[in-house]
Design a protein around this ligand. Structure first.
Ligand code: GLY
Length: 306
């Protein structure tokens, strides 16, 4: 049984006209991954390529269209994990490449490390032949100016209150992207990519590239999360969900139990997608929406929902 689920972030849509764009985006991404699975490719290829489609779509907060830090720069994080071996590759704080998820896979396959960040990650990208690329879009630059002005005018709480700020304005999260897939050999992989959260302090790394926080896969299950990363880092949300699967829960019940854990503890905005090794798909979130799409072997069309 092969299957794939993708997410395009959890939060609130500021502008309802964005619904069509993000729905089309996750549909394209899930179908890209599904085509690969149908043709016998691995779950690792499927999640990498699905996330790549979302990184290239400026509607999402990953790759092109990543949100900006407090000082107006892009610092992208990404991770990819292969369940059968627990191998994982991740990058953090990268600003000058087009597809962070592809670089994360290079870290997994071409180094002995798990996570490269900043200048080191940039040098590694050059070594791997990645071309320089500016992921900042005009739209994100304008949003940054608007939000920063509000912040400086005291219309938003100041930095120590970032969690409250985002709790009140989940649209600031925009959309981290992620994918989890199982292939015909029952191997599960997970991948996640993000620009982080708007107006984050330079140097802040979120949950996305941290194995077990934003991205996790084992032979039992895989999960990818979205929301305020600090919440996922404090609860190890994706590992928690995959552990629930290992203890016998199906992916849907495990995802719901993971979000309940967040709600009962750190109480921060979060969403998670998951697949278990029986091919069940799951998702849960505590925000007004989480854009997502999934398709399983035998289905004609993906299910796309907000
Ligand atoms: N979940 C994305 C981040 O907090 O960076």
């Amino acid at each position: 049984m092969y299957a794939i689920i993708v997410h395009g972030g959890a939060g609130k849509l500021k502008d309802r006209s964005k619904e069509v764009k993000v729905s089309n985006g996750v549909r394209r991404a899930v179908l890209r991954g599904y085509d690969l699975l149908k043709n016998g490719s691995s779950s690792l290829d499927a999640v990498e390529q699905a996330v790549r489609v979302l990184e290239d779509d400026p509607s999402f907060n990953a790759g092109t269209g990543s949100v900006l830090t407090f000082d107006g720069k892009v610092e992208m994080d990404a991770a990819i994990m292969y369940g059968p071996t627990l191998k994982v590759g991740a990058i953090a704080g990268v600003d000058c490449i087009r597809n962070p998820i592809v670089l994360a896979r290079k870290v997994m396959e071409e180094t002995d490390h798990v996570l490269l960040e900043g200048e080191g990650a940039r040098k590694f990208a050059k070594l791997m032949g990645f071309e320089d690329y500016n992921p900042v879009t005009e739209k994100r630059r304008k949003e940054w100016e608007e939000y920063k002005e509000k912040l400086l005018n005291g219309e938003y709480p100041t930095w120590p209150k970032i969690r409250e700020l985002i709790r009140e304005h989940p649209e600031l999260l925009h959309g981290t992207v992620g994918a989890v897939a199982i292939d015909e050999k029952d191997s599960i992989s997970a991948a996640t990519s993000t620009g982080g959260v708007f107006l984050k302090l330079p140097g802040r790394v979120g949950d996305t590239p941290i194995p077990g926080a934003g991205t996790y896969a084992t032979p039992y299950g895989g999960a990818s999360s979205t929301g305020i990363g600090e919440g996922m880092m404090r609860t190890l949300l994706t590992k928690t969900v995959v552990d629930f699967i290992r203890m016998g829960l199906d992916a849907q019940t495990a995802a719901e139990a993971g979000i309940n854990f967040i709600n009962n503890t750190v109480k921060l905005s979060a969403g998670v997608i998951a697949i278990d090794n029986r091919g069940n798909i799951g998702f849960a979130y505590n925000t007004p929406y989480m854009i997502r799409a999934y398709i399983k072997e035998g289905m004609e069309e993906p299910v796309v929902a907000l």
